[in-house]
Structure formats: C-alpha cells, structure tokens
Design a protein around this ligand. Structure first.
Ligand SMILES: [Zn+2]
Length: 247
C-alpha cells in the first residue's frame, strides 16, 4: 500500500498525478491539514481511498513573499552564511517566524500522523509492504511543517516493511519559487533515496485540469499564474530502491 500524505486537499493530485493514475487501487490519500477533503478523487481514480485529518494548520498569506525575499538575500551572502542547507534554513525561518503557531500546529500534526502510523504499524504483516510518501516541504509554511514531522517519523518507524519517500511539490518546485531547495532536503541530499521522474509529456494536462476543476473547484485560481508548473511539468519522487521497481 502507498500512503500519500498531503498537507492540503489537492497536493496529491497536483504533484503525484502520474502515481495516482497507475496505482490508485493501492493508494490512500491522507489529507492532513484543515483545508479540503480528497474523498471525491475516488470518482476519477478507481479504488483510491482517502482519510481527512482536518488538523489546524499554519496559514500566512503574506509570509511567503517575505520569506522568498529573505531567501534570496540570505543566498547572496555566499560563504558568509552559516552552514545550514537552504532547506534547513527555510525550516528554521518558518519555525521562528511562526512561533507559537508553528508549535501548536506541529504538535497537532505530529499527533495525527503518529496515530496513523501506529495503527499501520500494528497491522503490518510480512505479506504487505507499505510506502509512506510525504511532501519535501517547499516554501509553504504548512508543507514545511508536515515535512518536518515526517522526517522525524521516518527515524522512528522505518523498517523493511514500512518505508518512507518524498515527493516534490508543485507549484513550489518551479523556477518561480526556489527550485534548488529540493536538493538540500535532509533525507534526499544524503542520497538515501532514488530520484524518479514521472513522465508527463503534457498530453495528460487537460485530464489533470478537469479533475482539479471537478474535485477542488475553489483552487482553480492556482492555474492563473502557475499553469505549467501545475499541469505540465514533470513530477519527481524520491523513494527507496525497493519501491523504485514497483512504481
Ligand atoms: Zn498545499
């Protein structure tokens, strides 16, 4: 089984459409944050299951712009900057900037994810393998928060029958944002995972768009500025070798 954790209802579709298309019958989409359910993905992907955590999440509309400006300023410092990687830097800046919000949201997110994984762990038999897929944590404060929790969970739970992987999130992985963050993610950068590009030649983009319109009608504004990144760009997964042959 594949347990695809998304911060918001729409991230699995936007970033892992190719995966859903091929493996919907063995995928559970777990929407963690208090946004939208992904239940109706089942109308388009046969056999897909879903869970809704409805967890209190960090939302800061003005935060991202400020963060991006600071990121570039920080990057320009070159050798003078401390030895944190860009990914760690953005996590720390987000955590410090959000303060109490981060603490509260992270604690609730951790509790929910821990409960989910404990149940999964309890039901593990030698017959079925599980892959937990999480966002890398790019730019959006709640994406970073969930990714941070997942890195912790990976330390705690990973075993040959329950492995962890990450996916790169559209539209934050586009050049418009800060693409190189992805290569400095603590797990990915240590080469613990295989990088896989999921084909997307653009011919599927109208299907993806139609599903987005149907399942998440309130999110269509997203396409106005980031259409290519959301619909046509390739999708990237960072997964354990044992799963790379099955996905
Ligand atoms: Zn999101």
């Amino acid at each position: 089984m594949i347990h695809l954790f998304e911060p918001h209802g729409d991230d699995a579709l936007l970033s892992c459409y190719s995966l859903l298309k091929r493996h919907s019958d063995k995928t559970v989409v777990v929407t963690v944050g208090h946004s939208r359910e992904s239940k109706r993905l089942a109308d388009h992907f046969p056999g897909i299951q879903s869970e809704y955590g409805d967890v209190y999440e960090i939302k800061m509309p003005d935060y991202r712009a400020a963060y991006k400006t600071n990121y570039w300023r920080w990057k320009k410092l070159g050798d003078v900057r401390d030895n944190r990687s860009p990914w760690e830097w953005q996590r720390d800046v987000t955590r410090d900037g959000a303060g109490e919000l981060w603490k509260e949201s992270r604690e609730l997110t951790r509790e929910y994810v821990l409960g989910y994984l404990q149940t999964l762990w309890g039901g593990i038999t030698s017959h079925g393998n599980h892959l937990v897929l999480a966002p890398l944590g790019l730019v959006h404060p709640y994406h970073i928060c969930l990714a941070d929790v997942m890195i912790e969970m990976r330390e705690q739970f990973s075993c040959p029958l329950l492995e962890f992987g990450f996916y790169s999130e559209a539209p934050y992985n586009s050049a418009k944002w800060v693409k190189e963050l992805e290569n400095t993610h603590p797990v990915v950068s240590r080469h613990l995972l295989v990088s896989m590009m999921q084909g997307n030649d653009g011919s599927e983009s109208s299907k993806k768009e139609a599903i987005l319109k149907d399942v998440y009608p309130t999110e269509l504004g997203l396409l106005r500025f980031t259409r290519d990144a959301v619909l046509s760009n390739a999708e990237y997964l960072y997964i354990p070798v044992s799963w790379s042959i099955r996905i």
